[in-house]
Design a protein around this ligand. Structure first.
Ligand code: NAG
Ligand code: NAG
Ligand code: NAG
Length: 531
Protein backbone atom coordinates (compact mmCIF):
# COMPACT_ATOMS: atom_id res chain seq x y z
CA UNK A 1 0.00 0.00 0.00
CA UNK A 2 1.47 3.34 -0.95
CA UNK A 3 1.56 6.40 1.25
CA UNK A 4 -1.18 8.92 0.62
CA UNK A 5 0.01 12.52 0.19
CA UNK A 6 -1.13 14.80 2.96
CA UNK A 7 -1.93 18.48 2.95
CA UNK A 8 1.57 18.92 4.35
CA UNK A 9 3.06 17.37 1.24
CA UNK A 10 1.03 19.58 -0.98
CA UNK A 11 2.07 22.70 0.88
CA UNK A 12 5.61 21.47 0.54
CA UNK A 13 5.11 21.18 -3.23
CA UNK A 14 3.72 24.67 -3.40
CA UNK A 15 6.49 26.10 -1.24
CA UNK A 16 9.14 24.44 -3.35
CA UNK A 17 7.47 25.70 -6.48
CA UNK A 18 7.20 29.24 -5.22
CA UNK A 19 10.81 29.14 -3.96
CA UNK A 20 11.91 27.99 -7.37
CA UNK A 21 10.36 31.06 -8.93
CA UNK A 22 11.61 33.61 -6.46
CA UNK A 23 14.43 34.49 -8.82
CA UNK A 24 12.12 35.37 -11.60
CA UNK A 25 10.98 38.84 -10.54
CA UNK A 26 7.76 39.95 -12.10
CA UNK A 27 6.71 36.44 -12.95
CA UNK A 28 7.05 35.59 -9.29
CA UNK A 29 4.70 38.41 -8.40
CA UNK A 30 2.16 37.12 -10.86
CA UNK A 31 2.48 33.61 -9.60
CA UNK A 32 2.26 34.57 -5.96
CA UNK A 33 -0.76 36.60 -6.84
CA UNK A 34 -2.38 33.67 -8.54
CA UNK A 35 -1.75 31.50 -5.50
CA UNK A 36 -2.91 34.02 -2.96
CA UNK A 37 -5.98 34.82 -4.97
CA UNK A 38 -6.85 31.14 -4.99
CA UNK A 39 -6.40 30.96 -1.26
CA UNK A 40 -7.83 34.33 -0.24
CA UNK A 41 -10.63 34.63 -2.78
CA UNK A 42 -14.10 34.93 -1.30
CA UNK A 43 -15.52 31.56 -0.58
CA UNK A 44 -16.81 30.46 -3.96
CA UNK A 45 -20.31 29.26 -4.46
CA UNK A 46 -21.87 26.42 -2.62
CA UNK A 47 -20.58 23.26 -4.01
CA UNK A 48 -21.00 19.56 -3.40
CA UNK A 49 -17.37 19.21 -2.46
CA UNK A 50 -15.76 21.08 0.39
CA UNK A 51 -12.56 22.72 -0.75
CA UNK A 52 -9.73 21.53 1.43
CA UNK A 53 -11.87 18.82 2.94
CA UNK A 54 -11.74 16.84 -0.25
CA UNK A 55 -9.76 13.65 -0.10
CA UNK A 56 -6.53 13.50 -2.07
CA UNK A 57 -6.84 12.64 -5.71
CA UNK A 58 -6.91 8.95 -6.49
CA UNK A 59 -3.92 7.28 -8.01
CA UNK A 60 -1.13 9.50 -6.69
CA UNK A 61 1.75 7.42 -5.41
CA UNK A 62 5.09 8.31 -3.97
CA UNK A 63 8.06 7.57 -6.20
CA UNK A 64 11.68 7.84 -5.13
CA UNK A 65 14.35 8.25 -7.78
CA UNK A 66 17.97 9.25 -8.22
CA UNK A 67 19.05 11.11 -11.33
CA UNK A 68 22.38 12.26 -10.06
CA UNK A 69 21.33 14.71 -7.34
CA UNK A 70 20.76 12.14 -4.62
CA UNK A 71 17.48 10.47 -3.66
CA UNK A 72 14.46 12.57 -4.57
CA UNK A 73 10.73 12.10 -4.19
CA UNK A 74 7.85 12.83 -6.53
CA UNK A 75 4.13 12.09 -6.29
CA UNK A 76 3.09 10.48 -9.54
CA UNK A 77 -0.19 9.43 -11.14
CA UNK A 78 -0.11 5.68 -11.61
CA UNK A 79 -2.22 4.00 -14.27
CA UNK A 80 -5.49 3.04 -12.53
CA UNK A 81 -6.86 -0.50 -12.27
CA UNK A 82 -9.72 -0.69 -14.78
CA UNK A 83 -11.76 -2.84 -12.36
CA UNK A 84 -12.21 0.18 -10.12
CA UNK A 85 -14.10 1.96 -12.94
CA UNK A 86 -17.00 -0.49 -12.56
CA UNK A 87 -19.19 -0.73 -9.49
CA UNK A 88 -21.86 -3.33 -8.97
CA UNK A 89 -25.06 -2.57 -7.05
CA UNK A 90 -23.26 -3.20 -3.75
CA UNK A 91 -20.56 -0.71 -4.69
CA UNK A 92 -17.77 -3.28 -5.07
CA UNK A 93 -15.58 -3.77 -8.15
CA UNK A 94 -15.29 -7.31 -9.51
CA UNK A 95 -11.99 -8.02 -11.30
CA UNK A 96 -11.92 -7.00 -14.97
CA UNK A 97 -9.26 -6.64 -17.62
CA UNK A 98 -8.58 -3.60 -19.78
CA UNK A 99 -9.34 -3.93 -23.49
CA UNK A 100 -6.63 -2.81 -25.90
CA UNK A 101 -7.94 0.08 -28.02
CA UNK A 102 -8.31 -0.45 -31.76
CA UNK A 103 -6.66 2.94 -32.30
CA UNK A 104 -2.88 2.57 -32.39
CA UNK A 105 -1.93 6.23 -32.10
CA UNK A 106 0.34 7.62 -29.41
CA UNK A 107 1.83 10.90 -28.37
CA UNK A 108 5.61 10.98 -28.65
CA UNK A 109 8.13 13.72 -28.00
CA UNK A 110 10.91 14.52 -30.47
CA UNK A 111 13.78 16.35 -28.89
CA UNK A 112 16.69 18.14 -30.54
CA UNK A 113 19.66 18.42 -28.23
CA UNK A 114 22.09 19.69 -30.84
CA UNK A 115 23.12 23.27 -31.30
CA UNK A 116 21.82 23.19 -34.87
CA UNK A 117 18.39 23.65 -36.31
CA UNK A 118 16.89 20.29 -37.26
CA UNK A 119 13.80 19.39 -39.24
CA UNK A 120 11.38 16.60 -38.32
CA UNK A 121 10.05 14.51 -41.22
CA UNK A 122 7.52 11.72 -41.56
CA UNK A 123 8.81 8.99 -43.88
CA UNK A 124 6.41 7.71 -46.55
CA UNK A 125 6.58 4.31 -48.27
CA UNK A 126 5.52 5.92 -51.49
CA UNK A 127 6.45 9.42 -52.44
CA UNK A 128 8.48 12.06 -50.65
CA UNK A 129 8.66 12.44 -46.88
CA UNK A 130 6.43 15.01 -45.25
CA UNK A 131 8.12 17.86 -43.42
CA UNK A 132 6.42 18.19 -40.05
CA UNK A 133 8.23 21.01 -38.34
CA UNK A 134 11.45 22.81 -37.61
CA UNK A 135 12.86 22.43 -34.15
CA UNK A 136 14.98 25.09 -32.59
CA UNK A 137 18.12 24.07 -30.86
CA UNK A 138 17.49 22.38 -27.55
CA UNK A 139 13.80 22.13 -28.18
CA UNK A 140 11.26 19.34 -28.19
CA UNK A 141 7.85 18.89 -29.78
CA UNK A 142 5.12 16.39 -29.11
CA UNK A 143 3.35 14.75 -32.03
CA UNK A 144 0.44 12.35 -32.37
CA UNK A 145 1.90 9.41 -34.28
CA UNK A 146 0.78 5.91 -35.19
CA UNK A 147 2.67 2.65 -34.73
CA UNK A 148 4.38 1.59 -37.94
CA UNK A 149 5.30 5.12 -38.92
CA UNK A 150 8.90 6.29 -39.07
CA UNK A 151 9.90 9.85 -38.31
CA UNK A 152 13.36 11.27 -38.72
CA UNK A 153 15.45 14.32 -38.02
CA UNK A 154 17.31 15.85 -40.95
CA UNK A 155 19.44 18.94 -41.17
CA UNK A 156 18.15 22.00 -42.97
CA UNK A 157 19.65 20.69 -46.22
CA UNK A 158 17.43 17.61 -45.86
CA UNK A 159 20.29 15.25 -44.94
CA UNK A 160 19.25 12.42 -42.64
CA UNK A 161 20.50 12.72 -39.04
CA UNK A 162 18.55 10.10 -37.09
CA UNK A 163 15.55 7.84 -37.74
CA UNK A 164 12.88 6.99 -35.18
CA UNK A 165 10.72 3.98 -36.12
CA UNK A 166 7.54 4.03 -34.02
CA UNK A 167 6.65 0.69 -32.48
CA UNK A 168 5.27 -0.58 -29.21
CA UNK A 169 8.73 -0.74 -27.60
CA UNK A 170 10.37 2.40 -28.88
CA UNK A 171 9.58 4.47 -25.79
CA UNK A 172 7.97 7.86 -25.73
CA UNK A 173 10.90 10.27 -26.02
CA UNK A 174 12.92 10.34 -29.22
CA UNK A 175 16.10 12.26 -28.64
CA UNK A 176 18.78 13.46 -30.99
CA UNK A 177 21.77 14.12 -28.73
CA UNK A 178 25.11 14.43 -30.53
CA UNK A 179 26.97 14.86 -27.24
CA UNK A 180 25.74 11.94 -25.21
CA UNK A 181 28.03 8.93 -25.27
CA UNK A 182 26.78 6.09 -23.14
CA UNK A 183 29.32 5.14 -20.49
CA UNK A 184 31.62 8.09 -21.19
CA UNK A 185 30.28 10.94 -19.12
CA UNK A 186 33.61 12.82 -19.32
CA UNK A 187 33.46 12.92 -23.10
CA UNK A 188 29.89 14.20 -23.01
CA UNK A 189 30.93 16.73 -20.41
CA UNK A 190 33.77 18.04 -22.52
CA UNK A 191 31.60 18.39 -25.63
CA UNK A 192 28.88 20.16 -23.69
CA UNK A 193 31.37 22.51 -22.03
CA UNK A 194 32.12 23.96 -25.46
CA UNK A 195 28.53 25.18 -25.86
CA UNK A 196 27.40 28.62 -24.77
CA UNK A 197 26.29 28.95 -21.15
CA UNK A 198 22.70 29.23 -22.26
CA UNK A 199 22.78 26.06 -24.34
CA UNK A 200 24.63 24.21 -21.58
CA UNK A 201 21.90 25.08 -19.15
CA UNK A 202 19.19 23.97 -21.57
CA UNK A 203 21.10 20.78 -22.26
CA UNK A 204 21.27 19.95 -18.55
CA UNK A 205 17.58 20.64 -18.08
CA UNK A 206 16.75 18.31 -20.94
CA UNK A 207 18.99 15.50 -19.69
CA UNK A 208 17.40 15.81 -16.27
CA UNK A 209 13.93 15.61 -17.83
CA UNK A 210 14.93 12.62 -19.97
CA UNK A 211 16.38 10.74 -17.02
CA UNK A 212 13.41 11.58 -14.84
CA UNK A 213 11.07 10.37 -17.58
CA UNK A 214 12.61 6.91 -17.52
CA UNK A 215 11.87 6.53 -13.80
CA UNK A 216 8.43 8.02 -14.30
CA UNK A 217 7.42 5.68 -17.11
CA UNK A 218 8.64 2.65 -15.19
CA UNK A 219 6.68 3.61 -12.07
CA UNK A 220 3.46 4.73 -13.76
CA UNK A 221 3.22 3.02 -17.13
CA UNK A 222 2.73 6.45 -18.70
CA UNK A 223 4.62 8.61 -21.16
CA UNK A 224 6.26 11.65 -19.61
CA UNK A 225 5.35 14.66 -21.75
CA UNK A 226 6.15 17.59 -19.47
CA UNK A 227 9.19 19.53 -18.37
CA UNK A 228 10.29 20.50 -14.96
CA UNK A 229 8.93 23.84 -13.75
CA UNK A 230 11.80 24.34 -11.36
CA UNK A 231 15.30 23.15 -10.68
CA UNK A 232 14.10 21.33 -7.62
CA UNK A 233 10.93 19.43 -8.51
CA UNK A 234 10.61 17.54 -11.79
CA UNK A 235 6.81 17.59 -11.49
CA UNK A 236 4.45 20.19 -10.11
CA UNK A 237 0.73 19.45 -9.82
CA UNK A 238 -1.70 21.77 -11.61
CA UNK A 239 -2.79 24.82 -9.66
CA UNK A 240 -6.48 24.37 -10.44
CA UNK A 241 -8.60 21.73 -8.77
CA UNK A 242 -9.65 18.66 -10.74
CA UNK A 243 -12.86 16.70 -10.47
CA UNK A 244 -12.35 13.07 -9.60
CA UNK A 245 -13.45 10.36 -11.99
CA UNK A 246 -13.52 7.18 -9.92
CA UNK A 247 -16.07 5.13 -11.85
CA UNK A 248 -18.33 5.30 -14.90
CA UNK A 249 -21.56 7.16 -14.20
CA UNK A 250 -20.23 8.86 -11.04
CA UNK A 251 -21.92 12.23 -10.57
CA UNK A 252 -20.77 15.48 -9.02
CA UNK A 253 -22.95 18.50 -8.79
CA UNK A 254 -22.23 22.21 -8.36
CA UNK A 255 -24.63 25.07 -7.84
CA UNK A 256 -24.04 28.36 -9.57
CA UNK A 257 -25.64 31.76 -9.35
CA UNK A 258 -25.00 32.15 -13.07
CA UNK A 259 -28.45 30.85 -13.96
CA UNK A 260 -29.67 30.43 -17.54
CA UNK A 261 -30.81 33.36 -19.66
CA UNK A 262 -34.32 32.55 -20.85
CA UNK A 263 -34.99 35.77 -22.79
CA UNK A 264 -32.63 37.63 -25.08
CA UNK A 265 -31.93 41.10 -23.62
CA UNK A 266 -32.28 44.02 -26.05
CA UNK A 267 -29.11 44.97 -27.94
CA UNK A 268 -28.48 48.05 -25.81
CA UNK A 269 -27.76 45.76 -22.83
CA UNK A 270 -25.38 43.57 -24.79
CA UNK A 271 -22.49 46.00 -25.19
CA UNK A 272 -18.84 45.04 -24.91
CA UNK A 273 -17.59 45.01 -21.29
CA UNK A 274 -14.46 46.84 -20.12
CA UNK A 275 -11.51 44.47 -20.10
CA UNK A 276 -10.15 45.63 -16.76
CA UNK A 277 -12.58 46.85 -14.17
CA UNK A 278 -13.16 46.29 -10.49
CA UNK A 279 -16.87 46.35 -11.22
CA UNK A 280 -16.45 42.94 -12.73
CA UNK A 281 -15.92 41.41 -9.30
CA UNK A 282 -19.25 40.18 -7.97
CA UNK A 283 -19.69 39.27 -4.34
CA UNK A 284 -21.65 36.16 -3.53
CA UNK A 285 -24.76 38.16 -2.70
CA UNK A 286 -24.51 40.62 -5.59
CA UNK A 287 -27.16 40.24 -8.21
CA UNK A 288 -25.81 38.73 -11.46
CA UNK A 289 -25.62 40.72 -14.70
CA UNK A 290 -28.93 41.18 -16.51
CA UNK A 291 -30.74 39.13 -13.87
CA UNK A 292 -34.13 40.17 -15.24
CA UNK A 293 -33.54 38.18 -18.41
CA UNK A 294 -32.75 34.99 -16.57
CA UNK A 295 -34.65 32.11 -15.04
CA UNK A 296 -36.15 33.26 -11.72
CA UNK A 297 -35.21 36.84 -12.53
CA UNK A 298 -38.53 38.31 -11.42
CA UNK A 299 -37.96 37.22 -7.83
CA UNK A 300 -34.30 38.16 -7.57
CA UNK A 301 -34.77 41.64 -6.10
CA UNK A 302 -33.90 40.58 -2.56
CA UNK A 303 -30.29 39.51 -2.41
CA UNK A 304 -30.93 36.73 0.10
CA UNK A 305 -32.90 34.81 -2.49
CA UNK A 306 -30.70 35.04 -5.58
CA UNK A 307 -31.69 32.18 -7.86
CA UNK A 308 -29.27 29.28 -8.27
CA UNK A 309 -28.92 26.52 -10.77
CA UNK A 310 -27.64 22.98 -10.35
CA UNK A 311 -25.11 21.56 -12.80
CA UNK A 312 -24.39 17.83 -12.80
CA UNK A 313 -21.10 16.45 -14.09
CA UNK A 314 -21.37 12.80 -15.05
CA UNK A 315 -18.26 10.69 -15.58
CA UNK A 316 -18.10 9.29 -19.12
CA UNK A 317 -14.47 8.18 -18.85
CA UNK A 318 -12.11 7.82 -15.88
CA UNK A 319 -8.83 7.75 -17.83
CA UNK A 320 -8.76 10.24 -19.48
CA UNK A 321 -11.17 12.13 -17.20
CA UNK A 322 -14.18 13.09 -19.31
CA UNK A 323 -17.45 14.51 -17.94
CA UNK A 324 -20.75 15.40 -19.53
CA UNK A 325 -22.92 18.31 -18.32
CA UNK A 326 -26.36 18.44 -19.91
CA UNK A 327 -28.05 21.83 -20.40
CA UNK A 328 -24.96 23.79 -19.52
CA UNK A 329 -26.14 26.48 -21.96
CA UNK A 330 -29.75 27.52 -22.48
CA UNK A 331 -31.17 27.77 -26.03
CA UNK A 332 -31.09 31.59 -25.73
CA UNK A 333 -27.39 31.51 -24.85
CA UNK A 334 -26.61 29.11 -27.69
CA UNK A 335 -28.41 31.40 -30.13
CA UNK A 336 -26.48 34.40 -28.81
CA UNK A 337 -23.12 32.65 -29.37
CA UNK A 338 -24.17 31.64 -32.87
CA UNK A 339 -25.40 35.15 -33.68
CA UNK A 340 -22.06 36.66 -32.68
CA UNK A 341 -20.07 34.02 -34.56
CA UNK A 342 -22.16 34.36 -37.70
CA UNK A 343 -21.70 38.14 -37.70
CA UNK A 344 -17.94 37.54 -37.77
CA UNK A 345 -15.99 35.98 -40.61
CA UNK A 346 -15.29 32.34 -40.01
CA UNK A 347 -11.94 31.38 -41.49
CA UNK A 348 -10.38 28.04 -42.33
CA UNK A 349 -9.09 26.56 -39.09
CA UNK A 350 -5.40 25.96 -38.70
CA UNK A 351 -3.50 24.06 -36.04
CA UNK A 352 -0.27 25.95 -36.42
CA UNK A 353 1.77 22.80 -36.98
CA UNK A 354 2.37 23.15 -40.68
CA UNK A 355 0.45 19.93 -41.27
CA UNK A 356 -2.74 21.37 -39.91
CA UNK A 357 -4.91 21.42 -42.93
CA UNK A 358 -4.66 17.68 -43.46
CA UNK A 359 -5.66 16.99 -39.85
CA UNK A 360 -8.24 19.61 -39.39
CA UNK A 361 -10.90 20.83 -41.77
CA UNK A 362 -13.45 23.33 -40.46
CA UNK A 363 -13.94 27.06 -40.09
CA UNK A 364 -13.54 28.95 -36.88
CA UNK A 365 -13.64 32.30 -35.14
CA UNK A 366 -12.86 33.62 -31.65
CA UNK A 367 -15.20 35.42 -29.23
CA UNK A 368 -13.66 37.31 -26.31
CA UNK A 369 -15.21 36.97 -22.87
CA UNK A 370 -15.82 40.73 -22.85
CA UNK A 371 -17.87 40.60 -26.06
CA UNK A 372 -21.16 40.73 -24.13
CA UNK A 373 -22.56 40.19 -20.63
CA UNK A 374 -23.94 36.82 -21.77
CA UNK A 375 -20.52 35.56 -22.88
CA UNK A 376 -19.12 36.85 -19.57
CA UNK A 377 -21.81 34.86 -17.72
CA UNK A 378 -20.83 31.73 -19.63
CA UNK A 379 -17.24 32.16 -18.39
CA UNK A 380 -18.46 32.68 -14.82
CA UNK A 381 -20.60 29.57 -15.01
CA UNK A 382 -17.64 27.63 -16.44
CA UNK A 383 -15.46 28.86 -13.56
CA UNK A 384 -18.04 27.54 -11.06
CA UNK A 385 -18.26 24.27 -12.95
CA UNK A 386 -14.50 23.79 -12.80
CA UNK A 387 -14.15 25.26 -9.28
CA UNK A 388 -11.79 28.00 -10.45
CA UNK A 389 -11.96 31.64 -9.35
CA UNK A 390 -13.65 33.47 -12.25
CA UNK A 391 -11.08 36.25 -11.81
CA UNK A 392 -8.42 33.87 -13.09
CA UNK A 393 -10.37 33.51 -16.33
CA UNK A 394 -9.98 37.16 -17.32
CA UNK A 395 -7.20 39.74 -17.30
CA UNK A 396 -7.36 41.67 -14.08
CA UNK A 397 -5.42 44.22 -12.10
CA UNK A 398 -3.36 43.06 -9.15
CA UNK A 399 -5.39 43.55 -5.99
CA UNK A 400 -2.48 44.49 -3.75
CA UNK A 401 -2.69 48.15 -2.86
CA UNK A 402 0.90 49.36 -2.98
CA UNK A 403 3.78 47.98 -4.97
CA UNK A 404 1.95 46.12 -7.69
CA UNK A 405 -1.17 48.17 -7.95
CA UNK A 406 -1.89 48.16 -11.63
CA UNK A 407 -0.03 44.95 -12.36
CA UNK A 408 -1.95 43.19 -15.06
CA UNK A 409 -2.48 39.55 -14.28
CA UNK A 410 -3.13 37.66 -17.50
CA UNK A 411 -6.07 35.34 -17.94
CA UNK A 412 -5.98 31.58 -17.69
CA UNK A 413 -8.73 31.20 -20.30
CA UNK A 414 -8.62 31.56 -24.06
CA UNK A 415 -11.38 33.35 -25.94
CA UNK A 416 -14.28 31.10 -26.90
CA UNK A 417 -13.50 29.39 -30.19
CA UNK A 418 -16.54 28.71 -32.35
CA UNK A 419 -16.01 25.98 -34.93
CA UNK A 420 -18.26 25.18 -37.88
CA UNK A 421 -18.06 21.82 -39.66
CA UNK A 422 -19.85 21.04 -42.93
CA UNK A 423 -20.26 17.51 -44.41
CA UNK A 424 -16.91 15.75 -44.76
CA UNK A 425 -15.15 18.08 -42.33
CA UNK A 426 -13.47 16.71 -39.23
CA UNK A 427 -10.62 17.12 -36.77
CA UNK A 428 -8.44 14.02 -36.64
CA UNK A 429 -7.03 12.61 -33.40
CA UNK A 430 -4.93 15.15 -31.52
CA UNK A 431 -4.22 16.49 -28.07
CA UNK A 432 -4.99 19.99 -26.83
CA UNK A 433 -1.94 20.51 -24.63
CA UNK A 434 0.98 22.70 -25.62
CA UNK A 435 4.72 22.06 -25.47
CA UNK A 436 6.26 25.09 -23.80
CA UNK A 437 9.94 25.88 -24.13
CA UNK A 438 12.08 23.92 -21.72
CA UNK A 439 13.52 27.13 -20.26
CA UNK A 440 10.12 28.65 -19.45
CA UNK A 441 9.88 28.26 -15.67
CA UNK A 442 6.09 28.49 -15.67
CA UNK A 443 5.60 25.82 -18.33
CA UNK A 444 2.20 27.20 -19.29
CA UNK A 445 0.00 24.62 -20.96
CA UNK A 446 -3.63 23.80 -21.54
CA UNK A 447 -5.10 22.24 -18.41
CA UNK A 448 -8.74 21.58 -19.29
CA UNK A 449 -11.03 21.81 -22.29
CA UNK A 450 -14.70 22.69 -22.17
CA UNK A 451 -16.60 21.70 -25.31
CA UNK A 452 -20.00 23.34 -25.85
CA UNK A 453 -22.33 21.82 -28.42
CA UNK A 454 -24.34 24.48 -30.22
CA UNK A 455 -26.59 22.29 -32.36
CA UNK A 456 -27.70 18.68 -32.78
CA UNK A 457 -29.42 16.29 -35.15
CA UNK A 458 -26.59 15.94 -37.70
CA UNK A 459 -25.26 12.52 -38.69
CA UNK A 460 -21.66 12.03 -37.58
CA UNK A 461 -19.79 14.83 -35.85
CA UNK A 462 -19.31 12.94 -32.58
CA UNK A 463 -16.44 13.80 -30.27
CA UNK A 464 -14.37 10.66 -29.69
CA UNK A 465 -11.74 9.52 -27.22
CA UNK A 466 -10.11 6.50 -28.87
CA UNK A 467 -7.83 5.62 -25.96
CA UNK A 468 -10.28 5.66 -23.05
CA UNK A 469 -9.52 2.87 -20.58
CA UNK A 470 -12.34 0.42 -20.21
CA UNK A 471 -13.04 -3.31 -19.92
CA UNK A 472 -15.70 -3.65 -22.61
CA UNK A 473 -14.77 -2.39 -26.03
CA UNK A 474 -11.76 -1.58 -28.20
CA UNK A 475 -13.83 1.13 -29.92
CA UNK A 476 -13.76 4.85 -29.27
CA UNK A 477 -15.82 6.54 -26.60
CA UNK A 478 -18.28 8.49 -28.77
CA UNK A 479 -20.10 11.60 -27.56
CA UNK A 480 -23.05 12.83 -29.58
CA UNK A 481 -23.61 16.56 -29.98
CA UNK A 482 -26.69 17.80 -28.07
CA UNK A 483 -27.67 21.45 -28.05
CA UNK A 484 -26.52 23.14 -24.83
CA UNK A 485 -24.54 20.13 -23.57
CA UNK A 486 -20.99 20.61 -22.32
CA UNK A 487 -18.13 18.13 -22.09
CA UNK A 488 -15.13 18.73 -19.85
CA UNK A 489 -11.87 16.83 -20.09
CA UNK A 490 -8.46 17.39 -18.58
CA UNK A 491 -5.24 17.49 -20.56
CA UNK A 492 -3.19 17.34 -17.37
CA UNK A 493 -2.94 14.58 -14.81
CA UNK A 494 -3.11 15.29 -11.07
CA UNK A 495 0.67 14.94 -10.85
CA UNK A 496 1.27 17.70 -13.43
CA UNK A 497 2.26 15.48 -16.37
CA UNK A 498 0.24 15.73 -19.56
CA UNK A 499 -2.38 12.99 -20.10
CA UNK A 500 -1.72 11.38 -23.45
CA UNK A 501 -4.98 9.43 -23.15
CA UNK A 502 -6.71 12.79 -23.70
CA UNK A 503 -6.16 12.30 -27.45
CA UNK A 504 -9.50 13.05 -29.07
CA UNK A 505 -11.10 13.67 -32.44
CA UNK A 506 -14.15 15.22 -34.07
CA UNK A 507 -15.59 12.62 -36.47
CA UNK A 508 -16.55 13.80 -39.95
CA UNK A 509 -19.96 15.40 -40.17
CA UNK A 510 -22.06 13.35 -42.61
CA UNK A 511 -25.21 15.38 -43.00
CA UNK A 512 -26.23 18.93 -42.18
CA UNK A 513 -23.63 20.85 -40.15
CA UNK A 514 -22.10 21.07 -36.69
CA UNK A 515 -21.42 24.10 -34.49
CA UNK A 516 -19.21 23.70 -31.46
CA UNK A 517 -17.53 26.13 -29.08
CA UNK A 518 -14.40 25.37 -27.05
CA UNK A 519 -13.05 27.09 -24.00
CA UNK A 520 -9.49 26.25 -22.99
CA UNK A 521 -8.24 26.76 -19.46
CA UNK A 522 -4.51 27.12 -18.96
CA UNK A 523 -2.20 26.38 -16.10
CA UNK A 524 -1.05 28.91 -15.08
CA UNK A 525 -2.02 31.43 -17.77
CA UNK A 526 -2.14 31.98 -21.51
CA UNK A 527 -0.28 34.51 -23.67
CA UNK A 528 -2.94 35.85 -25.99
CA UNK A 529 -0.63 37.78 -28.28
CA UNK A 530 -0.81 36.52 -31.81
CA UNK A 531 -4.36 35.29 -31.46
C1 NAG B 1 -7.61 -4.87 -10.09
O1 NAG B 1 -8.63 -4.94 -9.12
C2 NAG B 1 -9.29 -6.21 -9.03
C3 NAG B 1 -10.37 -6.19 -7.97
O2 NAG B 1 -11.17 -5.11 -8.03
C4 NAG B 1 -8.30 -7.31 -8.68
O3 NAG B 1 -8.96 -8.55 -8.70
C5 NAG B 1 -7.16 -7.29 -9.67
O4 NAG B 1 -6.17 -8.22 -9.24
C6 NAG B 1 -6.55 -5.92 -9.79
N1 NAG B 1 -5.57 -5.94 -10.87
C7 NAG B 1 -4.34 -5.51 -10.70
C8 NAG B 1 -3.45 -5.61 -11.89
O5 NAG B 1 -3.95 -5.07 -9.66
C1 NAG C 1 18.28 21.47 -32.96
O1 NAG C 1 18.92 22.37 -32.11
C2 NAG C 1 19.81 23.26 -32.76
C3 NAG C 1 20.47 24.12 -31.75
O2 NAG C 1 20.41 23.64 -30.48
C4 NAG C 1 19.07 24.12 -33.71
O3 NAG C 1 19.95 25.00 -34.36
C5 NAG C 1 18.36 23.22 -34.65
O4 NAG C 1 17.55 23.99 -35.47
C6 NAG C 1 17.49 22.25 -33.94
N1 NAG C 1 16.85 21.37 -34.85
C7 NAG C 1 15.58 21.15 -34.84
C8 NAG C 1 14.96 20.25 -35.81
O5 NAG C 1 14.89 21.67 -34.06
C1 NAG D 1 -28.36 19.09 -7.36
O1 NAG D 1 -28.46 17.82 -7.97
C2 NAG D 1 -28.04 16.76 -7.15
C3 NAG D 1 -28.02 15.49 -7.97
O2 NAG D 1 -28.90 15.50 -9.05
C4 NAG D 1 -28.94 16.67 -5.97
O3 NAG D 1 -28.53 15.61 -5.13
C5 NAG D 1 -28.87 17.96 -5.19
O4 NAG D 1 -29.75 17.95 -4.13
C6 NAG D 1 -29.19 19.13 -6.10
N1 NAG D 1 -28.93 20.35 -5.37
C7 NAG D 1 -29.71 21.42 -5.45
C8 NAG D 1 -29.28 22.62 -4.65
O5 NAG D 1 -30.70 21.43 -6.13
Amino acid sequence: MSDIPTTGNILHFLTMMVNGFRRVGVITMILLYLYTSMILADTPLTCSVLEGGEEMDQGLEKMTFDIGSGTEVAWVSVQPNVSSFYRDAAGSSPGRNPVTPAYKGQVRSFINLSDKEVVLFLEKNKGPSIELRHLDPMSGKGMSVVQGQTLYFADTMGRLIQRFPIDADSGTLHVYDPYYIEGYPEVTESYVSMLSQELQSLYKQWRRTIEFSQHYTKATGRAFLSHSRSQTTPLTPPKHSMWRADYFGQEHWVTTREVHYDRLPPAKHLQVLPRLSRDRELANDDSRLLANYRVGGETSSSSSSLPTMNMTLKVLSCAPRVFEIKNFLSPVEVQHVLDIAQAMTLRDSSTGTGTGHANRRSQNTWIFREESPIIDSIYRRAADLLRIDEGLLRDHAGRDTDADAGTIVPTAAEPLQVVHYTPGQEYKTHVDFAYPRVDDPLQPTRFATLLLYLNEGMQGGETTFPRWMNAETSRDLKIKPELGKAVVFYSQLPDGNMDELSQHAALPVQTSEKYLANMWIWDPYVELSGM
